[in-house]
Design a protein around this ligand. Structure first.
Ligand code: PNS
Length: 171
């Protein structure tokens, strides 16, 4: 087993972030206490149809973390491992909510590790306030006119209202 220490504490936090939720924000803010730098990587996930463009998703995250040194935002089209190799990072950061996330996360962590042994995936348990939220559910509720205020950053909330043509006064 290779016990050689990683030469930096840079983590990549990849995801679809369509859009970023307060659950993601929580993971990033807790992650930056552990890592010197976090690259929030917006992936163009081909298996999902996105509501927001990659540029919009990056912009939301940049706005939320504009005052946080050590947090960078980038996007990527291909394999996560290829990005990781080029960035010099060795760690993938992921949040874990309920047990239902486990199998999917386990599969991805093992698949990524199969491609390079120079990677570790580190999981942070989701904050209990965000245990039941997901971008998908938030979009569904917002599209049907339900309130998602407080579940996403305010800039995202405003864009969701615009996207679904909902009058903000009602919520
Ligand atoms: O927020 P998500 O949709 O759960 O994030 C999934 C993501 C983006 C981390 C995953 O789909 C990914 O890494 N995509 C990049 C392409 C890739 O490397 N796929 C193989 C993953 S084992």
């Amino acid at each position: 087993m290779n016990t050689e220490k990683f030469d930096n504490k840079i983590a990549i936090y990849p995801g679809s972030f369509d859009p970023i939720t307060n659950g993601h924000v929580d993971i990033i803010k807790r992650g930056i206490r552990i890592f010197d730098e976090i690259i929030v990587l917006v992936a163009n996930n081909f298996s999902k149809t996105a509501l927001f463009t990659v540029e919009e998703r990056c912009q939301f995250i940049r706005e939320v973390f504009q005052d946080y040194p050590g947090i960078r935002v980038d996007s990527h089209d291909g394999l996560l491992i290829d990005y990781l190799k080029n960035s010099g990072a060795n760690t993938i950061l992921r949040g874990m909510r309920a047990l239902s996330d486990f199998e999917y996360e386990f599969q991805m962590a093992l698949m990524n590790r199969r491609q390079t042994k120079k990677v570790e995936t580190v999981f942070l348990m989701s904050g209990f306030r965000w245990f039941y939220t997901s971008s998908k559910l938030i979009k569904e509720v917002a599209s049907l006119g339900g309130s998602v205020r407080g579940l996403v950053p305010e800039n995202v909330h405003q864009k969701l209202l615009e996207k679904y043509n909902i009058n903000a006064n009602g919520r």
